[in-house]
Ligand binder design. Structure first.
Ligand code: SF4
Length: 485
């Protein structure tokens, strides 16, 4: 699961989680709980919009954790009504400067046929061009967020109702989007034609819920119904769920990294437990990259299920060789330079009594810049380990993501500039092995591995093969993979 502390710049970070409910009393309270369960998808800020027949639309947007903002009775009383949507964000593409409250979603638009609010998870890859066009035609943007383009495109549509205006708007948008929207009476959910980002439907009493992940349905006691399909739009009015197909059908390309890292292990994706998939990744990794050692230890918490799978497959004992301080992130929200220099030691500590004299296999979910891996290796050796072997539950991350995940520039990714052997030498460990792309595909349920002609998932951050051309980034100078690479 993504970390929530301000020290960790060595992980990819999901940028958003979205949640919406209709047909329950005080829907905003349910949205608060749902966003709390999705907090791992974004910790910088959150927002909720609700609608009540008497009081109309109301909204609240705040920086920080959901639990610190949306639990006060006085605030929640300002968000009445049976219909509400919400959003948590890390940061949105296009707003990499200082965080601004005006960039916090959901966004709201007032149209001639009534208001609508939208919450977006993903990234619009042609947002710069759309924004230029909209500004030239008179649109006035309130935020620096790409997602606001959707509201302006809806405002310019000539369709008669809001769902049809959303269809119009989203047909102009390229990239990855899962969107939850609301009008005065409707809850709407949409996934892009490739279904890059997740979105699921749940039933709660006589009402309905839409969520980035199933773990947020669990927290409100909703029953998981199904995934919104790639390219599908659902319009929920009262008890009725209408399914619409606004886009040309395409072969789905769900983000394979959701299986590896972004989603919570207690969520279900594609009918499979994320925890079980991650355990299976560990099994595949053990088959591909065995090594003689005394202990298998996870880099907590995200390496844990894969480490369990690796241990089960090899028979090498599993042990908690590294202990995570769960409260560190809350203690030092604005760390001083002195505390920053203590780095990873504030977050992780080695179980010395266990490690001393042992040959240790460390299982982590990914290597991004490699800075954390190197520090962890030093801590393990300082504790007296005889050998350190890294096993990584994803292929080398050599390309940035442009579909709603915060990634360093390509040259900052360790795997973009080094081979596996060079990375091993750089990290100064006894061995380093990543799961292969085919092994990862097998672990997520594709028995034949990756279909090279028509890959079953988005795996661009590993393969460099982008299912949607990142037009804005190419305009800014990003170089796509060449035939020779
Ligand atoms: S590039 Fe990687 S992180 Fe981004 S959507 Fe594709 S698989 Fe997921």
């Amino acid at each position: 699961m993504p970390t929530t502390d301000p020290f960790d710049d060595d992980k990819l970070r999901e940028e958003c989680g979205i949640f919406g409910v209709v047909g329950v009393t005080d829907a905003a309270n349910f949205v608060t709980l749902g966003l709390h369960a999705l907090q791992h998808r974004g910790q910088e800020a959150g927002g909720i919009v609700s609608h009540d027949a008497e009081q109309g639309f109301n909204s609240a947007r705040r920086f920080g954790y959901v639990r610190d903002n949306f639990t006060s009775q006085s605030l929640m009383e300002t968000l009445p009504g049976p219909l509400a949507i919400g959003h948590v964000r890390y940061s949105t593409a296009g707003s990499k400067g200082p965080a601004q409250i005006r960039d916090v979603q959901p966004f709201f638009g007032e149209f001639s046929m009534g208001g609508a609010a939208i919450a977006h998870n993903g990234n619009i890859t042609n947002a710069d061009a759309l924004r230029r066009e909209l500004i030239e035609r008179g649109s006035i943007f309130q935020s620096s967020s790409d997602s606001e383009c959707i509201i302006h495109l809806m405002a310019r549509s000539l369709q008669r109702n809001i769902p049809e205006r959303m269809e119009d708007a989203l047909r102009r948008v390229e990239g990855a989007f899962s969107v939850i929207a609301m009008t005065r009476t409707k809850l709407i959910g949409v996934r892009d034609p490739l279904g890059v980002r997740p979105l699921v439907l749940g039933r709660i009493g006589d009402g309905w819920a839409l969520s980035s992940e199933t773990c947020a349905l669990d927290i409100i006691g909703a029953e998981y119904v199904r995934e919104i399909e790639p390219g599908e739009m659902v319009v929920i009015t009262g008890d009725k769920v209408e399914s619409i197909r606004p886009f040309r059908a395409r072969k789905p390309r769900f983000c394979i990294f959701e299986h590896v890292y972004f989603s919570r292990p207690d969520s279900i994706i594609g009918g499979r437990s994320v925890y079980e998939t991650r355990r299976q990744i560990g099994v595949e990794l053990a088959r591909e990259a065995p090594v003689d050692a005394d202990l298998v230890c996870p880099v907590p918490d995200s390496g844990t299920p894969a480490a369990i799978g690796y241990s089960q497959e090899t028979g090498i004992p599993y042990a908690m060789g590294i202990i995570r301080n769960q409260y560190m992130g809350r203690t030092f929200i604005e760390p001083t330079e002195q505390i920053r220099n203590m780095g990873v030691r504030l977050k992780l500590n080695v179980n010395r009594a266990l490690i001393k004299g042992k040959r240790v296999i460390l299982v982590d979910d990914s290597v991004v810049r490699g800075t954390t891996s190197r520090k962890i290796k030093e801590m393990i050796l300082d504790a007296g380990a005889a050998e350190v072997h890294f096993r990584i539950a994803s292929p080398p991350t050599a390309w940035p993501c442009f579909y709603g995940v915060d990634t360093p520039q390509r040259e900052k990714l360790l795997a973009a500039t080094m081979s596996e052997d060079e990375m091993c030498a750089h990290l100064q460990v006894n061995s380093l092995r990543f799961i292969s792309l085919d092994g990862l595909y097998r672990a997520v349920g594709e028995a034949e591995g990756r279909d090279r002609k028509q890959p079953q998932y988005c795996d661009a951050c590993f393969s460099g093969e982008y299912p949607v051309e990142p037009a804005d980034m190419i305009e800014k100078g990003f170089k796509m993979k060449t035939a020779a690479e």
